[in-house]
Design a protein around this ligand. Structure first.
Ligand SMILES: NC(=O)c1ccc[n+]([C@@H]2O[C@H](COP(=O)([O-])OP(=O)(O)OC[C@H]3O[C@@H](n4cnc5c(N)ncnc54)[C@H](OP(=O)(O)O)[C@@H]3O)[C@@H](O)[C@H]2O)c1
Length: 264
């Protein structure tokens, strides 16, 4: 019997690379998607050698128009059926909205919202036809609040949370066999916490960050457990409780002040 297949976007590093290793360890064949071909090939080689699964690489820039549709068609043309989709690719910009590049803010919307929605639609349909499948959408704790100086990013993640949670309910109610889960990590130790291409740098102590491996493990476990949403880590869970105790305006003021003080 052939293995099931998992597709991970943003697989070249960070949390995405951890999803790849976990799914390979569970016996999934892998389709790795991102822009950095060398990094994807290295990881694909590693999963083939370490876990003896089939790993293929598709280089794609998900900020481009029709990137999701092209990706779906390439996978269909290869005769592959995706059983586990991880919409992990994500972009961030830190700083004062009007001073940041409009092009980069639009790319956040293209990747974090448009590509995630299109890939979910295309693969959820295919999974529903076969009566089973898992979709893990990587949102963020940032999606639980408005965050000044990260406003487009936080809004894109609010979309991912709301969209995924609602779709999860629809899929269950329709007895589709398709599980959709929103993963909401807090600060996680990846390049995203220190990337010069993301506008300003946010100074967050490493003690406040979870490891990418722990975050990915919690996400996959929650998706298999049939959860619609999961917030990894006690500190992050505690944050979701605290922010619900205060008005949105007050939470926005607190985060605005924190981010302005901690951005270079
Ligand atoms: N790190 C955190 O603190 C944190 C917290 C909450 C949520 N998240 C979310 O977790 C997810 C993974 O982030 P990470 O922390 O692992 O960040 P990361 O280390 O910066 O990795 C981002 C991944 O997305 C890919 N990517 C970026 N733009 C892309 C594009 N246009 N087309 C295709 N792939 C693209 C990157 O690959 P290439 O550059 O090779 O294309 C990379 O593999 C994101 O959705 C992020 O928003 C992260």
């Amino acid at each position: 019997m052939s293995n099931k297949t998992a597709l991970v976007t943003g697989a070249s590093e960070g949390i995405g690379a951890e999803f790849v290793k976990i799914l390979a360890s569970l016996g999934y064949d892998l389709i790795l998607v991102a822009r950095s071909e060398d990094k994807l090939n290295q990881l694909a080689d590693r999963t083939r050698n370490e876990f003896e699964v089939n790993s293929s690489v598709i280089v794609a820039d998900l900020s481009k128009e029709n990137a999701a549709q092209d990706l779906f068609q390439t996978i269909e043309a290869n005769g592959s059926q995706v059983d586990f989709l991880v919409n992990n690719a994500g972009l961030l910009q830190n700083g004062f909205f009007t001073k940041l590049s409009l092009e980069k803010q639009e790319a956040i919307i293209s990747v974090n919202i448009m590509a995630l929605t299109s890939l979910t639609h295309l693969f959820a349909n295919q999974m529903a036809l076969q009566g089973s499948g898992h979709i893990l959408n990587v949102a963020s704790l940032a999606g639980w609040m408005a965050i000044p100086n990260q406003n487009v990013y936080a809004a894109s993640k609010a979309y991912a949370v709301s969209f995924s949670q609602a779709l999860s309910n629809e899929m269950v109610a329709a007895n589709s066999g398709v599980q959709v889960t929103a993963l909401c990590p807090g600060y996680t130790a990846t390049k995203m916490m220190d990337n010069p291409e993301q506008g300003a740098t946010l100074r967050i102590p490493s003690s406040m960050m979870m490891s990418a491996k722990d975050v990915a493990e919690i996400g996959i476990k929650a998706c298999f457990a049939g959860k619609d949403i999961v917030v990894p880590g006690l500190a992050n869970k505690f944050t979701t409780i605290i922010i619900r105790l205060f008005s949105k305006s007050l939470v926005t003021r607190i985060f605005g002040s924190f981010y302005r003080k901690n951005m270079d």
